[in-house]
Design a protein around this ligand. Sequence first.
Ligand code: ZN
Ligand code: ZN
Length: 233
Amino acid sequence: MYCNCLLNFTYKTLGKSNFKRLVVWGGGLELEIKSIYTNYANSYLLWEEQMGIIIDPASDINVLQGVQIINCLATHGHADHIVKAKSITEKYKIPLTLHQEDVIYVQDDSYNLSKYILGESLSRIDNLQVIKDGDQIDFNGHNLRVLHTPGHTPGSVMYLLDDKYLFSGDTVFKDSIGRTDFPGSNPQQMADTLEKLINIDKDWVVYPGHGEVTTWSEAKKSLKYWRQFVNAR
Ligand SMILES: [Zn+2]
Ligand SMILES: [Zn+2]
């Protein structure tokens, strides 16, 4: 089963390619990042010295053997991004970290789309750590900055690691943006978010919630178009 968090026709363009592959990326870098492509959303594991952080707990926990998870971050509260949140946070005795405006998503099935995406209800998650725009999360001396980018959901965020690597959730994909027609979505908020993003001139590597890794300069090429499209809806 696949999430349909991308806008419809772009989703068709991307196709239902098989995302069940592992990409280990980071030779020579200070920090390793593993992208775990699942049937649901992309899941990212950042690790260093056997300590790890998960961004979007959508992946099977078996791949995490040997790494102690010290933080579990969600880019937003849709079920395909948090399908493993309950088991991971219980195993490592850590809260699920997400934006305050998406708390309702992990506590109310009608928002998180679990019946639509997973075909069943998602267990309510109460062990939460709430974040807001501008918050900074330390990871073994590395810095994860929270960028609040509402629109797809009110509490959608992107996580910026060391001002180099952007985990963009369902806000920005390689050639598209997140849908704005789900419960709690807001096209005007997305338009405002895109307005801010198109003015950011950075050389980030972008790890989206769905699809392939890209660069900020590549991703930005389509954002002006999507800005107009969202506004016209
Ligand atoms: Zn998604
Ligand atoms: Zn989503």
